[in-house]
Design a protein around this ligand. Structure first.
Ligand code: FAD
Ligand code: NAD
Length: 468
């Protein structure tokens, strides 16, 4: 068909998958058009990573000041949530404005509207005022994900919050029930506990952050409990009803059918996210999501429809912003004819709780399952000079290596874990050994010395902790 416009690369969705792919494709000299129906930066910048981390940092400032008597500091900070929300919005605006400018500066053509396939070579873009058709040679689908709506918890009902709504509140709920102790549930229950809410977490499985090792997740659960968070494990949320005085009651049930109720004035539901594929008329292009709702791809990001790629949350787990961007770079490279492929060996993940968790690569158990005879070293933060001077001594660094010393993974729980994980991630990426990390001179006094010391511990050469 004759289209209104043509482009070499059409990118649908301007989140961290789409905008990064678009800029890289333009850097390869390709003619690129990026279509976005809502806001530049996607979920990550507008309703996800950035707003949530703004609140994590702001509530840390208040909480740290209020709990520093041991350091001789006495403070009782007052919190104005509406002002905090305005500050957070300012951070978001700066970043989303930056994305738009970067796209333009790299020569990416920006189109506002919702793109839907007419066939495997053309989309129609709909806006309030008009529509246009765009023919493409290659397409990168980066339409992201949305929160899963639990039966009995319509997000349209006022007391029920998804993560986006929780990050827009202008007053602190007195009592908040959080459904799900995953990434969002744990990050935001910490934030709201520090804001002063009475937080109750109900989790269907038998522990917090079920994807993480028990000794890692336990450090975070214990700190959350010390902040007053009340956990109920093994309880699946079944619904809510109005109670007296504008309050609500959240109902739960165990696998054995035992029912419980939890009073609240708001309930945050964070039980996972599902890919967005229904905005696209995907069937017109021959694209079909799997039963899990994702567009499956090969290691270059290409779907089984030639020339159509999928990156980021819409391509499935892990649904993380840096994974979306990394997949975007690979897809752009593949379209440009580079020998690009996505390597899953060194994907870091971080949970921005108090303290943070960050992991990369294999755990000891996973390494053993894959046939390695793993060597493990640990360094507890209570033996780190910098952790002691920061008053943050909970947690540890664990390094997992093959018997011949090649780094396979790291699990870190403790202060700045999300930053510290960069070193073992680079190590795995470069094929580094325990000796490489141990022989690298680390600045003193820093938390990163704990990574070096964990590597030394694996070698039986630790100075500041007893060797295993
Ligand atoms: P998205 O960011 O979802 O962007 C997709 C874009 O596509 C959207 O802007 C949407 O409007 C647009 N779109 C959809 N359909 C169409 C269409 N048909 N036409 C045009 N445009 C369309 N990840 C981390 O790594 N670290 C974190 O700390 C972190 N914190 C998070 C906190 C919260 C509360 C949430 C909800 C998520 C968090 N995430 C975090 C996950 C992260 O936000 C996602 O993994 C990331 O945004 C995925 O990027 P994406 O580009 O695939 O999709
Ligand atoms: P999640 O998958 O991390 O956790 C959902 C939790 O809800 C699970 O523990 C599950 O057992 C529980 N659950 C499911 N149904 C339930 C029920 N009926 N009652 C009680 N518990 C129930 O999902 P999430 O926290 O919504 O986060 C979604 C995704 O967003 C994450 O998987 C991650 O990919 C991304 N994210 C990442 C970060 C980060 O990188 N720091 C932060 C936030 C979100």
């Amino acid at each position: 068909m004759d289209a209104d416009n043509t482009t070499e690369v059409l990118v649908i969705g301007a989140g961290p998958g789409g905008y990064v792919a678009a800029i890289r494709a333009a850097q390869h000299g390709l003619d690129v058009t990026l279509v976005e129906r809502d806001a530049y930066g996607g979920v990550c910048l507008n309703r996800g990573c950035i707003p949530s981390k703004a609140y994590v940092s702001a509530t840390d400032v208040a909480h740290d000041a209020a709990t520093a008597e041991e350091m001789g500091i006495y403070a009782d900070p007052a919190i104005d949530l509406a002002a905090m929300c305005d500050w957070k919005d300012g951070v978001v605006d700066r970043l989303t404005g930056g994305v738009e400018k970067l796209c333009k500066a790299n020569g990416v053509g920006l189109v506002e509207g919702t793109a839907a396939f007419l066939d495997s070579e053309t989309v129609r873009v709909e806006r309030d005022e008009d529509t246009e058709t765009i023919a493409f040679e290659n397409c990168i689908v980066a339409t992201g994900s949305r929160p899963i709506e639990l039966p009995g918890f319509s997000f349209a009902a006022d007391p029920v919050l998804d993560s986006a709504a929780a990050l827009e509140l202008d007053s602190v709920p007195d009592r908040l029930v959080v459904v799900g102790a995953g990434y969002i549930g744990m990050e935001l229950s910490t934030v709201f506990a520090k804001l002063g809410s009475d937080v109750t977490v109900v989790e269907a499985l038998d522990g917090a952050l079920p994807g993480y090792e028990d000794d890692v997740a336990r450090v975070v659960r214990k700190r959350a409990e010390s902040l007053g968070v009340d956990f109920h494990f093994g309880e699946g949320a079944t619904g809510w009803r109005d109670a007296a005085d504008g309050d609500i009651v959240v109902t739960t049930e165990t696998a054995d059918g035992e029912a419980s109720t939890h009073g609240a004035d708001r309930v945050l539901v964070a039980v996972g996210r599902e890919p967005v594929t229904d905005t696209l008329d995907a069937a017109n292009a021959g694209l079909e999501p799997t039963d899990d709702g994702v567009f499956e791809t090969d290691e270059r990001g290409e779907t089984d429809i030639s020339g159509i790629y999928a990156v980021g949350d819409v391509a499935g787990e892990p649904m993380l912003a840096h994974v979306a961007s990394a997949e975007g770079l690979v897809a752009a490279g593949a379209i440009a004819g580079e020998p690009a492929a996505f390597d899953t060996r060194a994907i870091p993940a971080a949970v921005f709780t108090d303290p943070e968790i960050a992991t990369v690569g294999l755990t000891e158990a996973e390494a053993a399952e894959e046939g390695y005879d793993p060597v493990v070293g640990e360094m507890p933060f209570n033996a780190s000079g910098r952790a002691l001077t920061a008053g943050e001594t909970d947690g540890f660094v664990r390094i997992v290596a093959s018997a011949d010393g090649f780094l396979l993974g790291a699990q870190i729980v403790g202060p700045e874990a999300s930053e510290l994980v960069a070193e073992p991630t680079l190590g795995i990426e470069m094929g580094a050994t325990l000796e490489d990390v141990a022989a690298t001179i680390h600045t003193h006094p820093t938390l990163s010395e704990a990574v070096m010391e964990a590597a030394e511990n694996a070698l039986g050469q630790a100075i500041h902790t007893l060797n295993r």
